[in-house]
Design a protein around this ligand. Structure first.
Ligand SMILES: NC(=O)C1=CN([C@@H]2O[C@H](COP(=O)(O)OP(=O)(O)OC[C@H]3O[C@@H](n4cnc5c(N)ncnc54)[C@H](OP(=O)(O)O)[C@@H]3O)[C@@H](O)[C@H]2O)C=CC1
Ligand SMILES: O=C1OC[C@@H](O)[C@H](O)[C@H]1O
Length: 366
């Protein structure tokens, strides 16, 4: 039987539009036949925006309700799963509201502002038997699954020794923009660092010899944006003792990543390079070297075109299956792993004196 996942969309910004379009894309176009997605409601702080969103993006879909507050959507009994796409600063509060209303939640990255908030949400969801996940969509790409298989099971490049992972998108400094505004949780780390970390997680944290242990060293540097003081560029170096790997994750709002290589994993037999992009990868290239002259003996390109729009549908399919099966956490991206990432980010911010305003760092009793 096909499971129908009934979604409520919270906020009407850039990524909500893309998520909505991916939700209403026929799952058969990506070979999925066990779940379908039904958007039942869209909420905005302004009802006119919710109505316009539905006309613009769901014109063909009948009966999607528009709400002028997030609370009204949380009270709708037809909504099973809430997708939250507000700025980082309100992920904690809005997710907690949704969970308190008994909804399963998929919340956009960065999961929260700090690890205490993340831990609180995970504990609340667990103790109330509700599904919760951070929307790190890249983890659900078939490419990402195949990448980890050939790296960790086939060990195609031998013993991994070094990883670099980058995501940089140039954003014009402006006080009001969510990229630079401290009150909205701005800065490169929370916006783009999540993706640079994603590859480090897949390669090092999930390395069979690491067994999800934290790195023994976390060392970082930030360059702050002169306008608002959030991190414009951040570099995080980590050491993973058991598998003996050094990794560097970088992110920036000041420049754009080079297209040719965003992620590079080097092993004792060769390397894997992921060209554009760290968040929406389309291919990776495996190079095997037997000599030191820099010329590979073998080069193989693995291409994974995205069948449809953005590629957010794979995470939506996973969430639908989890909710259908009564699971409260996902196997590919468990919410506990988001807590680990926020712990790393707490440390990085502490090392560099980056504090967000107290009103967004707060932790409410759940
Ligand atoms: N997975 C991905 O590829 C991407 C993920 N993201 C993540 O999604 C989230 C939203 O990003 P994006 O869509 O680009 O952001 P936008 O600024 O385009 O949209 C954010 C929306 O949140 C709502 N909102 C609630 N409170 C505020 C507030 N105080 N200030 C501004 N907006 C507010 C607004 O909707 P309304 O007025 O309708 O309530 C607004 O449209 C972030 O967490 C971001 O990191 C972003 C881009 C890509
Ligand atoms: O998640 C994201 O991916 C794409 C970026 O452009 C955006 O800033 C970020 O939020």
């Amino acid at each position: 039987m096909v499971y129908i996942a009934r979604w409520g969309i919270v906020a009407t910004g850039w990524i909500s539009e893309r998520f909505f379009v991916d939700l209403i894309t026929d799952p058969a176009t990506r070979g999925v036949t066990d779940v379908v997605h039904k958007p039942v409601a869209v909420a905005s702080r302004d009802k006119d925006r919710a109505e316009k969103f539905i006309v613009d993006f769901g014109g063909a879909i009948k009966g999607v309700k528009a709400y002028g507050s997030y609370e009204e959507l949380f009270a709708d009994p037809e909504v099973d799963i809430v997708y939250i796409a507000t700025p980082h600063s309100s992920h904690y509060e809005v997710t907690l509201q949704a969970l308190r209303a008994g909804k399963h939640v998929l919340c956009e990255k960065a999961f929260t502002i700090n690890s205490s908030q993340a831990r609180n949400l995970v504990e609340y969801a667990k103790s109330h038997n509700l599904f919760l996940m951070e929307a790190v969509w890249t983890r659900f790409f078939p490419l990402s699954l195949e990448f980890q298989r050939i790296l960790h099971e086939e060990k195609v490049i031998g013993k991994i020794r070094r990883v670099t992972s980058d995501l940089a998108h140039k954003r014009e400094p402006s006080v009001g923009s969510r990229f630079y505004q401290p009150l909205l949780g701005g800065g490169a780390l929370l916006d783009l660092g999540v993706y640079a970390m994603t590859w480090i997680q897949m390669i090092c944290y999930h390395h069979p010899e690491n067994m999800k242990s934290p790195p023994s060293v976390i060392s970082s540097t930030m360059l702050k944006a002169p306008l608002t003081g959030v991190d414009e560029s951040t570099v995080i170096t980590m050491v993973w003792d058991k598998p003996h790997i050094i990794s560097t994750a970088t992110c920036s709002l000041a420049v754009k990543s080079p297209r040719e290589c965003l992620v590079r994993v080097q092993g004792d037999l060769g390397e894997i390079v992921v060209p554009i992009s760290t968040n929406r990868p389309l291919m990776f290239i495996v190079k095997i070297f037997s000599t030191e002259d820099g010329k590979p003996d073998d080069v193989k390109t693995y291409e994974f075109p995205i069948p449809g729009q953005t590629g957010l549908f794979w995470e939506a399919d996973a969430v639908a299956r989890d909710v259908r099966d009564g699971k409260i956490t996902d196997d590919i991206y468990p919410a506990e792993e988001s807590v680990f990432v926020m712990e790393v980010f707490d440390k990085v911010r502490e090392q560099n004196g980056l504090k967000y305003p107290p009103e967004i760092e707060f932790v409410e009793e759940s």
